[in-house]
Design a protein. Structure first.
Length: 274
């Protein structure tokens, strides 16, 4: 059974351990949320954005489906995962700078993972990140990458693209996006590849190229559902809603009914497939 926007929101709500009343409070009625979750009503962009935010989604704060070991010590690896999943990035940064942790990073694979997590922590912990330091960590991660691209390698490339987009360096951002997505369909499926599609789309949105962003999102949704995965679908629909709210025909703001029709058409075409 293909996932629907209703089932995705319900799954996200349940993962946050919220009742329908709690999730809907101040946003819409509980009965409307119930109708959305049962696919009897397609929300407009403003409503979908509000629900996604209530359910803990953010455009640029993500989790991985599976995490990577930075050492042979399970206690260290488990701590990294815990801090990442809780988005406690300053604590993660402190952990990664601990000399005892550094001493446990031994292999190329562990080094690649270590510097990727360092880049994430450097990007997310401060209010104003030092993008040069983030880039250096990503470069060090890539320097330890194997010759054949892995999901982690692609994540580093697409994060480099996002950094370039923040600096409005479109050409370099496109090059890293192309590298991250090249022959991705031929890889053995890894749910973290869903993140690659999403970040590529977010990169284009950051560059104010929402037509490209939307195409990548729809390609990503096709990729995700083709592999019977749900991971990152809610994030993809959240970004689609943001695009729908900020863009309309000829760049005009979409009215609520137009937003709902736009989203309904996307969901029908890319989720309710015959």
């Amino acid at each position: 059974m293909q996932p629907t926007i209703g089932s995705i929101l319900k799954q996200q709500r349940q993962s946050q351990r919220l009742s329908q009343v709690q999730a809907a409070d101040g946003i819409c009625s509980q009965s409307m949320l119930s109708s959305i979750e049962h696919d009897r009503y397609t929300p407009n962009a403003q409503l979908l954005i509000a629900l996604c935010a209530r359910l803990g989604l953010a455009l640029d704060v993500l989790n991985l489906a599976t995490n990577y070991a930075i050492s042979d010590a399970d206690t260290i690896n488990d701590r990294v995962v815990t801090l990442c999943n809780a988005h406690r990035y300053q604590e993660l940064l402190n952990l990664l700078n601990d000399q005892d942790v550094i001493d446990h990073v031994q292999t190329d694979a562990q080094t690649q993972s270590y510097y990727y997590y360092m880049a994430v922590a450097q990007l997310q912990a401060p209010a104003t990140p030092q993008l040069t330091a983030v880039r250096q960590s990503l470069q060090q991660s890539l320097a330890s990458a194997p010759a054949t691209p892995t999901a982690l390698t692609r994540l580093a490339w697409v994060t480099m693209a996002y950094l370039d987009a923040i600096n409005q360096q479109a050409k370099s951002a496109d090059e890293y996006c192309d590298r991250a997505l090249a022959e991705l369909g031929g890889d053995r499926f890894d749910p973290n590849l869903n993140v690659v599609y999403y970040l590529a789309a977010l990169t284009q949105h950051q560059l104010e190229r929402d037509h490209r962003s939307l195409k990548l999102l729809l390609d990503g949704i096709d990729f995700i559902t083709a592999h019977d995965s749900h991971f990152m679908l809610a994030n993809c629909y959240y970004l689609i809603a943001v695009i729908a709210q900020s863009n309309g025909d000829a760049g005009r703001h979409l009215e609520a009914e137009q937003q709902s029709a736009f989203l309904a058409q996307l969901f029908d075409e890319h989720v309710h497939k015959p």
